[in-house]
Design a binder for this molecule. Structure first.
Ligand code: NAP
Length: 306
């Protein structure tokens, strides 16, 4: 029986672990299918406070892990396959293992969707990015592409035009999911070239970093090649919330809904990080919400000891 089980070992989960461990709760962290979360997939992080020269994402997350371990956090590998939140202690099943917890913190994160192209995942941090706020700065004066036709793609295209010499906005259709105001803003931006309807067939990276992209018009079959230093994939995120379906409240896109800080409709279950945040999605906001969840869990356990 554990006092607190934390699902997820990204920024939110590890911050929750640091706080819960320092409160002597001996938390158990279940790593999940992407240990370290999205920070482990980025390179240089320059907007996490406290690191004036920046820090590599994997190093930052490793430091958090060590900090959580130092205060007595236990870690187990494995992705959660089922949860029973109908009574306390909660039961959390990860493959063949079953864990029992008096309180549960869900910090399972969200995964950025990728195009599914060969080598795309390996090129993250080498020209492929899923986060304009994180990586835009590295493309000063360089041509880049943004893929997607939703609000994220429009927003990223505009944001990236501050740095990039040119932004190709590549979308597979001529119609956009994005709101009109966002499309108009991107269209009014001289640096943004709408490249539709085109799908990315290949990311060109013979030396291990992005040099261009091969595109195809799905209607005319016309091929086009563009020279770019970066490809920003902005085709949405998927929250890792599937095991909580029907058990915790979620919105139409599967994001868990927090009430009053980190609280959910189930007393003793708390949520933090990107699994409940489609708006900010920053390491520092995830860390902040992880801290909130741990404090809320600690208070809950105090009130339910006897
Ligand atoms: P989204 O609205 O789901 O749009 C995803 C886009 O990516 C769509 O245009 C889709 O094309 C395209 N796409 C999906 N899979 C693809 C694939 N495999 N290959 C090529 N293209 C693909 O996602 P989002 O833009 O991240 O927005 C998510 C939510 O956050 C939305 O509700 C949005 O309004 C909101 N948001 C709001 C703001 C803002 O208001 N400032 C900013 C960002 C996000 P199809 O259209 O052809 O399916």
């Amino acid at each position: 029986m554990h006092n607190v089980v934390i699902i997820g070992s990204g920024c939110a989960g590890l911050t929750a672990a640091i706080y819960a461990a320092r409160a002597n709760l001996k938390p158990l962290v279940l790593d999940g299918h992407e240990p370290g979360g999205q920070l482990s997939l980025t390179t240089h992080v320059e907007n996490y406070p406290g690191f004036p020269d920046g820090i590599m994402g994997p190093e930052l997350i490793e430091n958090m892990r060590k900090q959580a371990q130092k205060f007595g956090t236990e870690f187990k590998a494995g992705a959660v396959t089922e949860v029973d939140l109908s009574k306390r202690p909660f039961r959390i099943i990860a493959g063949k293992e079953t864990y029992e917890a008096k309180a549960l913190i869900v910090a399972a994160g969200a995964s950025a969707r990728l195009l599914g192209l060969q080598g795309e995942k390996e090129l993250i941090g080498h020209g492929v990015s899923t986060c304009a706020t994180c990586d835009g700065y590295f493309f000063r004066g360089k041509p880049i592409a943004v893929v997607g036709g939703g609000d994220s793609a429009m927003e990223e295209a505009n944001f990236l035009s501050r740095y990039a010499s040119k932004v190709y906005l590549i979308h597979r259709r001529n119609e956009f999911r994005a709101s009109k105001i966002m499309i108009d803003r991107a269209k009014a931006n001289e640096k943004v070239e709408f490249t539709t309807p085109f799908v990315v067939e290949e990311i060109v990276a013979p030396q291990g970093h992005v040099e261009g992209a091969r595109l195809r018009n799905p209607e005319t079959k016309e091929a086009r090649e563009i020279t770019v230093d970066g490809v920003f994939v902005a085709i949405g995120h998927d929250p890792n919330s599937i095991v909580f379906k029907g058990k915790l409240e979620m919105d139409a896109n599967g994001y868990l809904i927090a009430k009053h800080g980190s609280l959910t409709g189930v007393p003793g279950v708390f949520i933090a990080g990107d699994v409940q945040d489609h708006r900010y999605r920053q390491a520092v906001t995830a860390a902040g919400s992880g801290c909130m969840a741990a404090i809320d869990a600690e208070k809950f356990l105090e009130e339910h000891t006897h």
